[in-house]
Write a protein that binds this ligand. Structure first.
Ligand code: GLG
Length: 808
């Protein structure tokens, strides 16, 4: 008796008889692979990395300010022209389509750096992963109403997100609360509440190298049994509703820039991303050739050779008990694996978590932190016997009315490398903020000056400029920005000067048309476009800019028949919703605009515009149109800045203080091609010792006095004369950022700007020199340095075969 046919065999018989139609095995195989690759995004890179098993780079960040993805994808895949043409033939307008996409606003501003880094890591062929949180609501949308900022929720996922792919198969549990049991068979963290971390993957394509990396963002999900354990009648509905509580973890981005708000939900977010990511990393490590799936026998010795995590926070904990390592071993691996990048020195921005929050949320971790601190301080004490003050300064635990954990200290102790983000910033870390730590372990301290990706910040946003550059030096500069140096040969080339000036003029016209269409404001496209776009913060000194605008206004009013170089000052940026002074600054900017823009004596010689809802997609429009870039923070306060670099690359000249990356930008361009003014860090330190007295400047400088008196008397707020008293009071009596001290130098420097602007040719020459010397500020250079000097990997530049390559 023959065995019954299997279903497969039956189907095969049917298909042999031709009943199954046109099935073609090779087509199906192809479609299956395409589906795997394009729909399920099971990328061959994953396979590639699995086979080669290179050292993986894990870039952890609470913020990935990505902006839009469509055009970036087309640029990096080399599809832009084809897509333009195809949509055109279909009767569609590509630019219109692009405008429909929502910005992925999962960041606060300055920290656009992580987004640029993902692009560069893929372009350099590194096996890198971005890990963060998939906030359901990104940075709020800013509306201006009656001159005030109003926040609106950023419901960016409302219409879905075509770029992401959920990966429920890699869901990971994260534990919170509970308590610690020091029982006879070891220490256990028990009775915890579990939240699931559901990963969403977004592809990160490199620039024309067929590499696609992954950005994995975690979303919080309540487990099915959430709060259901002891429900009674009626409890069930409540338990289901309460699932929201757990899922709130990934609900919303905290909208602070350079400010620490010690909220429990924020601590949960930080632990959530780190705990989920670490488990994911360890899972990947164990499924590699070096790991073993059997936890008892897993050797973690190779872990630091295969894994590098670059977090802005550090955690340890469950790994220890789950994976059979001693605390000593675990700590050694942690230090070898982690590298810490610091992004600010402002004390109010550094995280110091109250002990009581950690005690309830992460009791076992707090114990381990105490243990780490004890062992660390023992070493310090052995090195500096009797130096109790040093112990107090360096301790991870700060005593005081509220006991706190200093997270920066924990990061330094827990990493093998610590870096700042511009040379001056890294120096300040060594000299002041982390001085004791530098004395203890000088070898850990490094600098990695920030950079930006030339793909988004030139090719994508300024195609006109990219084109005239390519006409002279070819396209190599797009993946090796140092090639821009070749443009120095064209500084006196009449044709090139004309082309560069023409592109700028076209960008200005385009932006003017955009402002008129979207915001109904008319500006003079022949005026000098003077732009300050960044978060609104006292240290960035938008107020200094305001004082200049009012000074210009007063000068025109005083001598209306004099010649003035027409200017349009544009300021844009979001204020943290709880930051009163920043919100007042926005109101002041709009109030000055109301007076200046409507004064018939002024005409179109001076305009002050507030750019509403500044975000990545608006930056892509305004930066290529700018003549002058304002980078005017008090020396020593802006760690690096990255907007400054975007302007330089797009042919704006910079007016700036010797702060952050400005210092290196001026060095590259030559100080003659840069408008530098104001106090240096040393001057600021001097002044701090002597004491800063705003009133001295007010008394001594008549134009400054006039401006301040106008603000106090309600000249710019006639209906509410008292409106700006808080600002005046701050400037006069407790200005941490010493606006008046730089006023005179700033005004003088702005006069130089206007004088040069009259001579288009000389201006454009300096523009060309700036573009030509901006190569250092490519994030490709930044990432190559991180790779070689901290992460211990070599950029490859390799190009892997394309998915439908016949060789595959
Ligand atoms: C910080 C700093 C910036 C820096 C950025 C990226 O304030 O100066 O460029 O990080 O390193 N909060 C920020 O934006």
């Amino acid at each position: 008796m023959s065995r019954p046919l299997s279903d497969y065999e039956k189907r095969k018989q049917i298909s042999v008889r031709g009943l199954a139609g046109v099935e073609n095995v090779s087509d199906l195989k192809k479609n299956f692979n395409r589906h795997l690759h394009f729909t399920l995004v099971k990328d061959r890179n994953v396979q590639y990395y699995y086979e080669k098993d290179p050292k993986r780079i894990y870039y952890l960040s609470l913020e990935f300010y990505m902006g839009r993805t469509l055009q970036n994808t087309m640029v990096n895949l080399g599809l832009q022209n084809a897509c333009d043409e195809a949509t055109y033939q279909l009767g569609l307008d590509m630019e219109e389509l692009q405008e429909i996409e929502e910005d992925a606003g999962l960041g606060n501003g300055g920290l656009g750096a992580p987004a640029c880094f993902l692009d560069s890591m893929a372009t350099l062929g590194l096996a890198a992963y971005g890990y963060g949180i998939r906030y359901e609501f990104g940075i709020f949308n800013q509306k201006i109403s009656g001159g005030w900022q109003v926040e609106e929720a950023d419901d960016w996922l409302r219409y879905g997100n075509p770029w992401e792919k959920a990966r429920p198969e890699y869901m990971i549990p994260v534990h919170f609360y509970g308590h610690v049991d020091h029982g006879p068979d070891g220490t256990k963290w028990i009775d915890t509440q579990v939240v699931l971390a559901l990963p969403y993957d977004t592809p990160v394509p490199g620039y024309r190298n067929n590499t696609v990396n992954t950005m994995r963002l975690w979303s919080a999900r309540a487990p099915n049994e959430f709060n259901l354990k002891d429900f009674n009648v009626g409890g069930y509905i409540q338990a289901v509703l309460d699932r929201n509580l757990a899922e709130n973890i990934s609900r919303v981005l905290y909208p602070n820039d350079n400010f620490f708000e010690g909220k429990e939900l924020r601590l949960k977010q930080e632990y959530f991303v780190v705990a989920a990511t670490l488990q994911d990393i360890i899972r990947r490590f164990k499924s590699s050739k070096f790991g073993s799936r059997d936890p008892v026998r897993t050797s973690f010795d190779a872990f630091p050779d295969k894994v590098l995590a670059s977090p802005t926070g550090v955690t340890v904990g469950r790994g220890v008990s789950q994976h059979w390592l001693s605390l000593c071993q675990a700590w050694e691996i942690t230090v070898k694996t982690c590298a810490y990048t610091n992004h600010t020195v402002l004390p109010e921005a550094l995280e110091r978590w109250p002990i009581h929050l950690l005690e309830t949320l992460l009791p076992r971790h707090l114990e381990i932190i105490y243990e780490i601190n004890q062992r660390f301080l023992d070493v310090i004490y052995a090195m500096f016997p009797g130096d109790h003050d040093r112990l107090r300064r360096m301790s991870l635990v700060e005593e005081g009315s509220i006991k706190r954990i200093n997270m920066a200290h924990l990061c330094i102790v827990g990493s093998h490398a610590v870096n700042g983000v511009a040379r001056i910033h890294s120096d300040i870390l060594k000299k002041t903020v982390f001085k004791d730590f530098y004395e203890f372990e000088p070898h850990k301290f490094q600098n990695k000056t920030n950079g930006i990706t030339p793909r988004r910040w030139l090719v994508l946003c300024n195609p006109g400029l990219a084109e005239v550059i390519a006409e002279r030096i070819g396209e190599e500069y797009i993946s090796d920005l140092d090639h821009l140096k070749k443009l120095l040969a064209f500084v006196n080339d009449e044709g090139f000067i004309r082309d560069v000036a023409k592109v700028k003029q076209e960008n200005k016209l385009k932006f003017s048309a955009y402002l008129e269409k979207e915001y109904k404001v008319k500006i003079n496209p022949n005026s000098l476009f003077d732009v300050q776009v960044k978060r609104i913060h006292e240290y960035k000194r938008q107020l200094l800019n305001c004082l200049h605008v009012i000074t210009l206004y007063n000068r025109i009013k005083r001598e209306p028949n004099q010649h003035f170089v027409p200017r349009t000052i544009m300021i844009g940026g979001k204020a943290a919703p709880g930051y009163h002074m920043a919100k007042m600054i926005i109101k002041l900017i709009t109030a000055i605009g109301d007076i200046v823009n409507n004064d018939p004596v002024i005409g179109d010689r001076l305009k002050m515009i507030f750019l509403e809802n500044y975000r990545v997609s608006l930056a892509e429009k305004v930066i290529p149109a700018a003549d002058l870039s304002e980078q005017i923070s008090t020396a020593g306060t802006e760690a690096s800045g990255t907007g400054n670099m975007k302007f330089m690359l797009n042919g704006a000249l910079t007016i700036g203080t010797m702060d952050g990356a400005n210092v290196e930008m001026a060095e590259e361009a030559g100080e003659d091609n840069f408008f530098i003014f104001g106090m240096r860090v040393e001057d600021v330190e001097e002044m701090d010792k002597k004491g800063y007295c705003a009133k001295d400047y007010y008394d001594r400088i008549p134009e400054l006095k006039q401006v301040i008196d106008q603000l106090s008397s309600g000249y710019f707020s006639p209906k509410q004369p008292q409106l700006f008293k808080d600002i005046v009071n701050m400037l006069m009596n407790h200005d941490r950022f010493k606006v008046f001290a730089d006023y005179e130098a700033y005004i003088k420097c702005q006069e130089d700007v206007s004088a040069l602007y009259k001579n288009t040719k000389e201006w454009t020459k300096k523009v060309i020199i700036n573009i030509a010397t901006s190569g250092k500020f490519s994030s490709d250079r930044t990432i190559a340095q991180y790779a070689r000097e901290i992460w211990g990997v070599e950029p490859t530049h390799h190009k892997i075969p394309a998915p439908d390559d016949p060789r595959e």
